[in-house]
Design a protein around this ligand. Structure first.
Ligand code: WT7
Length: 651
């Protein structure tokens, strides 16, 4: 979907925030943004100390930052309990009985939890965890549908100092097993199932399958969501509601060090093995809190809705930690955007009077395709601010969002960030920044972003290069769990002491950042990161497959689709059935989002004489059907002709 620099430069549409919005916004002029930004870069300790003070601390820090690249420590010497800033802090204020979460299940039931009620649930669950012998720093896997209990489980882990690792409910049993293995988790929190497109997703069955391979897990706590039949293993599995009846609802939060690990979240890289991105407590929470406050302009009378799943970083930062630390009311939704039809989101916006709405370009494109009559049927006048995240937004989707959803009145914040950055890094400020469809615009406070060329020099205007961050920021990942070497190698080796994001980008003459897309072998499918190597290794696990190569290709809704080239083992015949079987096999091995859109059987893959698969050729073949440039290093030129034929037949 991402266009090249040339076409970006023809984008002339520019939208300034309305006077009305600016007047009430926390930051209301460009001069104010610039002054604060300058302070945040020149005197980060001053800027961040002021922000962090708004959180709830049991002991104040002695030093804001220790930086020994690439390892940062923020708010050194301080002690806090993350769940206190999200819950307890509000109980002595007017927010005590304010709705924290207005939840809607896919079948249609709703449930509201006030801050007081949410606090009580978290205290109860903290006591359940303690009763099960779970201690600070133990790792706990959370594999849940989008129900309030998912947030309760995360906050309770934080409250007792256990490290949660949420696994997206769409991932497979094998993915759960891999994450248990890597994290050394001893407990799993799950549900009997969850609703998605009218069907029950059998979460507990997947956990059972994963635990056949992983013996380290001693406890499984099961939330009853659907009431469906599941197996409960004696001595290992307990029901949440049965345990809840046996513990106290009082839990005094103990303080943990600022750098106490908060969570591990796995994300794809360019090898077959997902990386465990580790985040710690105080810095992460400061980033989550501050970005919500300034970028989403969260207010006491807002109804905020982020449509992500808690299984992704967006759900961690912008459903759980950031919004709750801000004491906002939010909507949480269990199911699919098109259930019962593509009007679901707009119906919910109307019924709950949502004022801030945060979603992904892939969802917007699906809505465009479904038709304008869906949003047109609903009163969306409660909306005042829109956000997008996950991938570069194509100008057509941006304009549709602006006109059909935002009624041409709502600022759009196109927020660039990553699992590793913990919080938004580049984004407009809604009361200040002129927006142009397709650019995430300017860096947030404290973010020293730049575009560098191969030699480490800063690129000129409209010159493409690598997106880097030159200074540490509070919510940055602390390391890849148990793999400092990989951490250094992945993010810090291109330029000494600077963080390389893995994205290609350029800045226009006004300094706006335009993100072009990933520079590594990572695909962005519906806003989710997926390594080509992961899909390849799932394919070669199948006993018919000899070799596989996977590339991305533009996809109308998903942004990128997955195309696989497969050579079969001696004696195995290709067939449409086998093609289908392999696609299902990948979905089972990783999760449905990894299912290849196309698989091409090939007699051989194009390789250099030294045996490296020439992905460049495969990418060109799937996007244009042709190959350009030098192919003389290719081992066998006929391979290309065979592949061309196969692609032509498929289209
Ligand atoms: C990658 C990070 C951050 C939460 C969702 C994805 C791409 C993300 C944008 C944006 C252009 C974007 C980048 C980035 N990306 N937001 N607004 N404009 N690209 O988190 O799975 O860690 O993926 O998503 O390529 O590197 P993630």
């Amino acid at each position: 979907m991402s266009k090249n620099i040339e076409t970006h430069l023809h984008e002339k549409r520019i939208f300034k925030p309305s006077k009305e919005f600016s007047k009430q916004a926390r930051i209301s002029s460009m001069a104010e943004y610039k002054a604060l930004y300058q302070e945040s870069i020149d005197k980060p300790s001053t800027f961040w100390a002021r922000e962090a003070k708004e959180l709830s601390w049991q002991k104040k820090w002695t030093k804001v930052l220790n930086w020994k690249a690439p390892f940062a420590e923020w708010f050194v010497g301080g002690k806090l309990n993350v769940s206190e800033s999200c819950l307890d802090q509000h109980l002595s204020t007017h927010r005590r009985n304010k709705a924290a979460i207005i939840w809607e299940g896919e079948p249609g039931e709703t449930r509201t939890l006030t801050y007081l009620q949410l606090h009580r649930e978290v205290c109860i669950f903290s006591n359940i965890l303690l009763k099960q012998g779970i201690k600070a720093k133990d790792r706990v896997i959370i594999y849940m549908p989008m129900v309030p209990e998912a947030a309760v489980a995360m906050l309770a882990c934080a409250r007792i100092g256990a490290v949660h690792s949420v696994v997206f409910g769409g991932f497979s049993a094998d993915s759960i097993a891999d994450r248990i293995e890597d994290s050394g988790a001893t407990a799993v929190i799950t549900a009997d199932g969850g609703y998605r497109r009218g069907k029950v997703v059998p979460l507990k069955d997947s956990v059972d399958a994963a635990l056949e391979k992983q013996s380290g897990v001693k406890t499984v706590i099961v939330h009853q969501r659907t009431g469906g039949k599941i197996a409960m293993k004696k001595g290992r599995d307990v029901y949440w509601h049965e345990e809840a009846a046996q513990v106290s609802s009082v839990h005094e939060a103990k303080a943990f060090d600022s750098e106490h690990p908060l969570f591990i979240l796995y994300t794809s890289g360019s090898t077959g093995k997902p990386k465990g991105i580790l985040h710690s407590s105080a810095g992460y929470l400061t980033g989550a809190y501050t970005t919500c406050k300034y970028i989403f302009d969260m207010r006491d009378d807002d109804v905020y809705w982020c449509t992500a799943d808690v299984g992704w970083i967006t759900g961690h930062t912008y459903i759980v930690y950031g919004p709750l630390a801000n004491g906002v009311t939010q909507v949480m939704y269990e199911g699919a955007p098109n259930y019962p039809d593509f009007g679901r989101f707009w119906d919910m916006v109307e019924r709950h009077k949502v004022s801030i709405f945060y979603t992904a370009p892939t969802a917007i494109r699906a809505f465009i395709k479904a038709g304008d009559h869906f949003p047109e049927k609903h009163d969306l006048s409660s909306l005042r601010l829109l956000g997008t995240v996950g991938e570069p937004i194509n100008p057509e989707a941006w304009m549709w969002y602006h006109e059909k959803i935002g009624g041409e009145r709502c600022p759009i914040v196109d927020t660039w960030w990553q699992t590793e950055t913990g919080a938004i890094m580049i984004s407009p400020l809604p009361g200040v920044t002129p927006t142009i469809p397709g650019t995430a615009t300017l860096p947030f406070f404290g973010v020293d972003a730049a575009i560098l060329d191969e030699n480490g020099n800063e690129c000129g205007p409209n010159e493409g290069g690598k997106l880097v961050i030159r200074k540490p920021w509070p919510s940055m990942t602390r390391t890849i769990y148990k793999d400092k070497a990989r951490f250094r190698k992945t993010y810090w080796k291109d330029y000494e002491g600077k963080y390389t994001a893995g994205d290609g980008a350029f800045r226009d003459r006004k300094g706006n950042f335009w993100i072009v897309g990933r520079l590594d072998d990572v695909l962005n499918v519906s806003g989710h990161r997926l390594g080509t190597a992961e899909v390849e290794s799932a394919l070669v696990e199948h006993n018919s497959v000899a070799e596989a190569a996977v590339v991305g290709r533009p996809h109308e809704i998903k942004g990128q689709g997955i195309v696989a080239f497969v050579t079969l083992k001696e004696g195995v015949l290709d067939s449409p059935e086998l093609n289908q079987e392999l696609r299902t096999h990948v979905a089972q091995a990783i999760g449905a989002i990894a299912r290849p859109d196309e698989i091409h059987f090939a007699p051989a893959l194009p390789k250099t004489r030294s045996g490296k698969i020439m992905r460049r050729l495969l990418k060109e073949l799937v996007s244009s059907g042709k190959v350009s440039g030098n192919i003389t290093t290719l081992e066998d030129v006929q391979v290309i002709e065979a592949l061309q034929k196969s692609i032509a037949q498929a289209n």
